[in-house]
Design a protein around this ligand. Structure first.
Ligand code: CTP
Ligand code: MG
Length: 230
């Protein structure tokens, strides 16, 4: 099977509270989206890459990636899962059912090449696929809702993981799982949750905890620091 890459970049980065989406912030002069795309495209033999963009995006033509003939774009949707599904549909003519699709957030530029290679190696012969994940390090509390939430219990973190990306699944299984999960109105915050809903249980491959998603302004400096140490 061949490998395909989808990098959802159609979000507006509301939590960054800026006047432009976070994938178009710069670290060391380069767009975050360019850093993410080049790190991935240079590290694995992808047959192609699809990047869903916001319909009002006008930054893409200024990226390095827009000059790369292996990278195509399509129009994203209102939720991350809709953007990913639109990219999957856009790839339909070129892909075979059992080909692998890796989905990686544009906002995760700190993906380490060794984690990417490890994910592909571990899952390549698996029937479903899986994702990078990192064991939870903090002590976790369960609490009721409220202004001053009161702890009801400490959750055993022994079996808990943070879901990261890339998430890597067989093309046909992923399309069908996303379509049925969205139709059913289920909360689909990553590809893995759609697979879980359809009963195709993903495998976890341990990845570096510094594969952070840039979400709030402070994450920008942190990502710059992490990248400077690779
Ligand atoms: N994304 C997307 N389409 C959407 C929403 C998000 O392609 N409708 C992408 C984002 O561009 C990002 C990734 O999915 O690369 C992870 O989403 P998130 O971190 O939530 O980014 P935003 O939605 O842009 O940020 P926010 O939730 O703060 O608005
Ligand atoms: Mg979002």
């Amino acid at each position: 099977p061949r490998l395909w890459l989808i990098v959802p970049a159609a979000g507006i980065g509301q939590r960054m509270q800026a006047d432009h989406p976070k994938q178009y912030f710069r670290i060391d002069q380069r767009f975050i989206l360019d850093i993410t795309l080049s790190r991935l495209m240079d590290s694995a033999p992808f047959a192609g890459c699809m990047v869903p963009l916001h319909p009002a995006d006008h930054w893409w033509p200024d990226t390095e990636a827009s000059q790369d003939s292996r990278i195509q774009t399509c129009t994203g949707g209102s939720e991350r899962a809709c953007s990913v599904l639109s990219a999957l549909h856009a790839l339909a003519e070129q892909v075979r059912d059992d080909d692998w699709v890796l989905v990686h957030d544009a906002a995760r530029p700190c993906i380490h090449t060794r984690d990417l290679a490890n994910l592909i190696d571990r899952l390549y012969t698996h029937p479903v696929g899986g994702l990078l994940a990192s064991p939870v390090a903090d002590t976790l509390k369960k609490a009721d809702q409220g202004e001053l939430p009161e702890v009801s219990e400490t959750v055993d973190r022994g079996s808990l993981w943070r879901a990261l990306t890339p998430q890597m699944f067989r093309y046909r299984l992923l399309v069908e799982s996303l379509e049925s999960a969205l139709e059913a109105g289920l909360p689909v915050t990553d590809e893995s949750s759609a697979m879980e809903f359809s009963g195709n249980m993903p495998v976890l491959v341990e990845g570096r905890p510094d594969n952070i998603k840039i979400t709030v302004p402070a994450d920008l400096a942190l990502a710059g620091f992490i990248l400077s140490r690779f």
